[in-house]
Write a protein that binds this ligand. Structure first.
Ligand code: ATP
Length: 322
């Protein structure tokens, strides 16, 4: 028989993503509606080891739906990856009578959640990472907000690029995934996009830009951070095109800001699914959205799969830049 869930813990772990606060708010309010108490653990897995937590009331999550970052703070914890760290976390959770955990974060955080499950602590994951690189869900919390921040920044860059007839190389986040770069490229109307999944020849790209510039007032090249260094791309273009090239590395500005409507709505839906899943006796899985349907996906399936980029959209980005 499924364990009755009376008291749960919630934490945010790994890189921050806008919309994490909206998830915590929804977890707390939906749990209260289901007569479940929620304890917020600070600084991710670190908080489980330090036993640093607080009971979250309806009011304590008021006014946070539109705030970026996470009010529970996030962290990376090497100690949690050790056997001793895991045992300390488990013992603390058991002595606090926590029946299950909701872990909001990325792939790494879910591996931690899986380890907790294996040690006997029920845990469910909610995907939150701006890279949107988690297998098993079409979207992760924070991706849509980051994408909107990026395209509004690129619009500003376009104004100056166009006024001065410049080429701009714009670096966006994405160490292993070109998802943000491709979608930003299509949405912002950039000319070229470089992503980690598809190796390109910089000389070829530079030559293409040279031929392409005829009659153009600006050229925008988007580079995912894992594809190439913006400085190398700019140097190669400058050498062959003999035209002014400026670099803009968007950096951490992409992570901040108020969450988009889509991220806030997903936050509500993911939270509801996570709590209902735990109540029904479910554990060891991530909540996700596939083809507009909110689902749960076992962690092992998430770890064994590889999220593919949309190659058609990648091609389309270049076709539309003609
Ligand atoms: P993002 O990729 O968006 O930064 P993430 O959740 O993947 O998010 P990580 O830094 O990989 O971020 O992981 C966060 C924390 O999860 C780590 O500091 C560690 O405590 C735990 N963790 C990561 N990988 C593992 C693992 N293989 N086994 C157990 N715990 C892990």
């Amino acid at each position: 028989m499924a364990k009755q869930i009376k008291r749960i813990g919630v934490l945010t772990s790994g890189g921050d993503a806008s919309g994490m606060n909206a998830v915590i708010r929804s977890i707390v309010r939906y749990s209260i509606y289901k007569n479940i108490e929620v304890y917020g653990y600070y600084e991710g897995f670190k908080g489980l080891i330090a036993n640093n937590y607080k009971l979250l009331s309806n009011n304590s999550v008021g006014g946070i739906i539109d705030r970026g970052g996470t009010f529970l703070f996030t962290a990376r914890s090497e100690e949690f990856k050790t056997k001793e760290g895991l045992i300390t976390a488990k013992n603390n959770l058991e002595s606090n009578n926590i029946d299950a955990l909701v872990i909001i974060g990325g792939d790494g955080s879910f591996r931690g959640a899986r380890d907790l499950n294996n040690s006997g602590i029920n845990a469910v994951g909610i995907p939150a990472t701006i890279d949107n690189d988690i297998y098993g869900t079409d979207y992760s919390i924070g991706f849509d907000t980051a994408l909107n921040v990026i395209i509004s920044l690129i619009s500003k860059i376009r104004d100056t690029a166009s006024s001065h007839e410049r080429i701009f190389v714009i670096e966006v986040m994405g160490r292993n995934s070109g998802e943000l770069a491709i979608k930003a490229s299509v949405a912002a109307g950039a000319d070229y996009v470089l992503i980690p999944e598809i190796k390109v020849d910089l000389v070829k790209i530079s030559n293409a830009i040279k031929n392409h510039r005829e009659g153009k007032r600006h050229t925008l090249v988007i580079v995912a951070e894992g594809a190439a260094k913006a400085t190398d791309v700019a140097a190669s273009i400058k050498l062959l095109v003999e035209h002014e090239v400026r670099i803009s590395v968007l950096g951490h500005i992409q992570r901040g800001g108020s969450p988009s409507a889509m991220d806030r709505i997903l936050a509500a839906q993911f939270a509801q699914k996570a709590i209902d899943f735990l109540i029904s006796g479910g554990t060891n899985a991530m909540v996700g959205i596939q083809n507009n349907e909110i689902k749960t996906v076992p962690f092992e399936e998430v770890f064994n799969g590889k999220k593919e980029i949309d190659r058609n959209l990648y091609e389309l980005a270049h076709i539309l830049a003609l």
